[in-house]
Design a protein around this ligand. Structure first.
Ligand SMILES: [Zn+2]
Length: 324
């Protein structure tokens, strides 16, 4: 069935089509190449996402992305460096650049980004995090909890300070957790917190996606790709900043030789189709999770329209035309 959809909006994308937004030698032309490739998957706006790295490397990418006036670059998502240093919770972020939260440190990064950082993912248990959350929220920057081993009290404090999103809920936490309480249940139950999910079949099993979407409700569920440069590319080795990543034939992206995922090769059109299959919800209820809901979360709007064919029997969404 042919449908017209709002342009898709990805809150978390580290790279695409062979281009790494985290590469210190990123250029505006390369970033535009990635955005153009992403458009073919229906994405007309996104937050290029910069992960934990040295200030110099962060600033190099942020300067390029922050100066881009394209509507497609809705802002920058800064994921780290104020995250848990623990294995598992830290995910693929390099430990040597993980740091306590710092108002001055953030100010330097925001300056480098020309004020375009609109979303920060941090761990509330990190020293200085609560003061930074209050500062960010007061200045209009959204705060997400992620890559965290926080206790229920620490999560409650972060939410009271203004955190409103759980970044890739169910990932970026310890491989083994107490059955309850734990960081996943706390964030799942928090009514003030929306959740972003990576519905690629590798980060979360289908039943987990289904249960999380039902718990949060479709209005507080946001589908993201967390894609790296490998998205839209053949299997092989790719980079995410200083991090080496391997894309396997089944689409899984991991740190070579470890059980840790390192971003994804997911595209947002496939995330929608997967979420429909995993949850049993109608397409019309899932589309907003990848378009109007993330836009509204940021106080923004979507851009353009997408014409797509939905094959309900096969569970496949085929993007036909993207206008902006
Ligand atoms: Zn992450």
């Amino acid at each position: 069935m042919r449908r017209e959809l709002p342009g898709l909006f990805d809150l978390q994308v580290n790279g695409f089509g062979g281009v790494d937004f985290n590469a210190p030698d990123l250029t505006a032309d390369r970033a535009r190449e990635a955005i153009e490739r992403m458009r073919a998957t229906g994405v007309t706006r996104c937050l290029p996402t910069l992960i934990t790295s040295s200030f110099a490397d962060f600033a190099a990418s942020a300067r390029v992305l922050g100066r881009m006036s394209d509507t497609a670059v809705a802002g920058i998502h800064m994921e780290g460096p104020y995250i848990s240093p623990d294995d598992g919770a830290r995910g693929a972020h390099p430990r040597e650049h993980v740091s306590p939260a710092s108002l001055d440190g953030f100010a330097r990064r925001q300056d480098a980004a020309c004020g375009r950082i609109v979303l920060v993912t941090l761990a509330p248990e990190v020293a200085g995090a609560l003061a930074l959350i209050e500062h960010l929220v007061a200045s209009g920057v959204r705060v997400a909890i992620g890559h965290s081993a926080a206790t229920p009290d620490q999560i409650a404090d972060a939410i009271a300070a203004g955190a409103t999103l759980a970044t890739h809920l169910g990932n970026g936490c310890a491989q083994m957790l107490p059955r309850h309480p734990n960081v996943i249940w706390e964030l799942l139950a928090a009514d003030a917190v929306s959740a972003s999910l990576i519905a690629d079949g590798h980060h979360l099993p289908p039943a987990t996606v289904k249960a999380m979407v039902r718990a949060k409700g479709s209005a507080r569920t946001i589908l993201v790709t967390d894609a790296i440069a490998a998205a839209g590319c053949p299997p092989g080795r790719y980079r995410m900043g200083g991090v080496d990543c391997a894309l396997a034939a089944d689409g899984r992206v991991s740190l070579p030789g470890t059980p840790y995922l390192a971003g994804s090769s997911l595209t947002l059109d496939r995330a929608i189709a997967n979420a429909v299959r995993y949850t049993g919800l109608p397409l019309i209820e899932v589309i907003p999770m990848a378009s109007t809901t993330p836009a509204r979360y940021l106080g923004m709007t979507t851009a353009g329209t997408v014409v797509a064919d939905w094959d309900a029997d096969a569970g496949v969404l085929q993007i036909r035309r993207v206008t902006s």
